[in-house]
Design a protein around this ligand. Structure first.
Ligand code: FA5
Length: 347
């Protein structure tokens, strides 16, 4: 057959096949291979070139047929692919009117929120943050704090003993002795938040495990006025700007003078309410000037150096700040309790 005719026939057959073709992409590819694959009907035509006289004309016919059939198949394949994509997009259309899944966001425990706030306030005043061991030697918890073995103050801070010499610390004041030991006579300005343990009966305001933040400043010319100004600023930042601070004399073996520190009631502003039990004042911490014996035992000359220290009960401050009536709520892992503070804690 005349090559021209043969190519014309191939071209027409391909067109007809494509017209009758269903919309299956895989079948279309098979059909394309029938005409255009290496051993497809069109490439096989090249086997005849050796018998043809006008090879150039044959080559031109071959190329134009191949290109035309290729373009037809490519157009059809693109059309089918676009159709398939459209169908998929239609199927995957998102109904934005459907309600979404509600995932509950966690919320910080108000106790940790208060620790962070306390740290921020004191960092802002140039303090650094220390840590100390919860299981500690008698020496650091009592002896170096001017509480010898037979001192009656030990009765108020009875705790769990691992052996005669090792115990769960009953206050963070133990960190004072560690920090002074490390500082080797140099000035100190630290706070230390951490857990403490006591053989106390659990009730609404007492727990056998609770947390304190210890503060210790040692330098030349530190006085009680510095302590008062520091605690006043702390109370105003923690509670409100108009909070007043009151010192009542007290006793701690490791401070002299020693004070209990009250703040004016943030609820009734001093008039008397059930939070302050009608007194207008709320006790939040113990403090005092570092006792000369404590300074001396840790290598500081009390004639040269003086200092102040304080110990804040973190749960108590959190209870006051958020109106929590029972300290035991902090340890019950009750998500409902924490969720109650979602709004205030995130503010
Ligand atoms: C002390 O623990 C002293 N170390 C504080 C101190 C430090 C005084 C530095 C001077 C210089 P006190 O026992 O008062 O003091 O405890 C301090 C605070 O810890 C209390 O005001 C209270 O807020 C908290 N606290 C004491 N016992 C308990 C308890 N069982 N449960 C919860 N909080 C407690």
């Amino acid at each position: 057959m005349d090559p021209k005719q043969k190519f014309e026939e191939l071209r027409n057959n391909a067109k007809k096949d494509l017209e009758n073709f269903s919309d299956c992409l895989q079948e279309l590819i098979l059909l394309r291979n029938k005409y255009l694959a290496k051993k497809g009907l069109i490439p096989l035509m090249m086997n005849n070139i050796k018998d043809v006289e006008d090879k150039k004309a044959f080559g031109e016919l071959y190329n134009s047929c191949k290109n035309e059939v290729e373009a037809l198949f490519n157009a059809k394949i693109s059309e089918l692919e676009a159709k398939k994509l459209n169908e998929e997009l239609k199927k995957e259309k998102i109904d934005i009117t459907l309600p979404g899944n509600n995932y509950d966001r966690g919320v910080a425990n108000p106790f940790y929120k208060v620790i962070n706030e306390i740290e921020d306030i004191f960092l802002g005043m140039g303090y650094s943050i220390e840590t100390g061991p919860e299981v500690d030697f008698d020496k650091y918890v009592f002896e170096l704090l001017n509480i010898p073995h037979d001192h009656p103050a030990r009765d108020m801070q009875d705790t769990l003993y691992i052996d005669n010499n090792l115990l769960l610390r009953s206050h963070t004041s133990s960190v004072q002795a560690h920090v002074m030991e490390k500082a080797k006579g140099k000035p100190i300005k630290i706070i230390c938040p951490g857990k403490t343990y006591r053989r106390d009966n659990d009730d609404m305001t007492h727990s056998h495990q609770f947390a304190q933040v210890e503060g210790l400043v040692i330098d030349k010319n530190i006085n009680l006025g510095n302590l008062k100004a520091t605690l006043e600023l702390f109370a105003q930042k923690m509670f409100s700007k108009d909070t007043k601070v009151r010192f009542r004399s007290s006793f701690f073996p490791f401070t002299e003078p020693s004070v209990e520190v009250d703040i004016s009631c943030f609820n009734c502003k001093g008039k008397g309410c059930n939070i302050c039990k009608g007194t207008g004042w709320i006790e939040i911490l113990g403090a005092g000037m570092v006792h000369p014996n404590v300074l001396r035992m840790s290598g500081y000359d009390p004639e040269v150096y003086s200092g102040f220290a304080f110990g804040i009960g973190i749960e108590r401050v959190t209870m006051l700040k958020y109106g929590i009536l029972d300290i035991r709520k902090f340890y019950q892992s009750d998500l409902k309790f924490i969720a109650e503070f979602k709004k205030v804690v995130e503010e």
